[in-house]
Design a protein. Structure first.
Length: 202
């Protein structure tokens, strides 16, 4: 598997062009959960992509000005973890992909609640490859089912901070076995990958 370069600072542009919060707070969209091979476990995944054009680069100041597909521009301060900044040039394109994964696992009565636990991981490209990178962040915690809309197959659960989230159970999820008050172990991971594509030489 190709190694990637950490580009967390540049990936910030994805927030305006490819990012979609998930799981979404109630009333703002949802994941559709699919049954897995493990009883009581459902999974979901979605991917959003976008591109941004490099408008200018100041290597000395370590700033990059980007323009997304909507025409919005942003000048970003690039941290020292981003290497090979001198290879960026006006006209280059950054391809951005955001992948979101959600796993919900049933916790039987008496199972200790899992307090919110976060993780962050990153990797970088080899020197012989175009600058590219990925940064991933995840959160795992016990959540509580607060409402079930059986006809429409929606499930609302409450996170440790009190925020309500809504997901939809796919047709193969055994929703009839779930009830209000049940606890689920929720694992959410979001990864942002960015790859630089050099502009064609004229």
């Amino acid at each position: 598997m190709r190694k990637l370069l950490v580009v967390a600072s540049i990936a910030a542009l994805a927030a305006g062009s490819a990012h979609a919060q998930a799981p979404q707070p109630q009333g703002q969209g949802f994941f559709e959960m699919k049954a897995s091979d493990v009883p009581g476990k459902a999974t979901a995944k979605r991917v959003a992509t976008a591109s941004a054009t490099v408008k200018s680069v100041d290597v000395a100041a370590r700033t990059v000005t980007l323009q997304n597909a909507a025409g919005e521009t942003a000048t970003l301060k690039v941290g020292p973890e981003v290497k090979r900044l001198e290879e960026f040039a006006a006209g280059d394109t950054l391809q951005i992909a955001v992948e979101q994964d959600l796993v919900l696992e049933y916790q039987s009565a008496g199972t200790p609640a899992v307090k919110p636990t976060g993780i962050v991981a990153a990797d970088r490209a080899d020197a012989g490859q175009a600058p590219a990178g990925i940064v991933a962040a995840g959160l795992q915690a016990t959540v509580t089912v607060t409402a079930i809309d059986m006809p429409n197959r929606f499930v609302v659960f409450q996170g440790p901070g009190g925020t309500l989230y809504q997901v939809k159970a796919g047709p193969k999820v055994k929703l009839e076995k779930l009830k209000v008050g049940d606890h689920l172990l929720a694992t959410y991971v979001e990864a942002v990958a960015v790859q630089l594509e050099k502009a064609a030489k004229k």
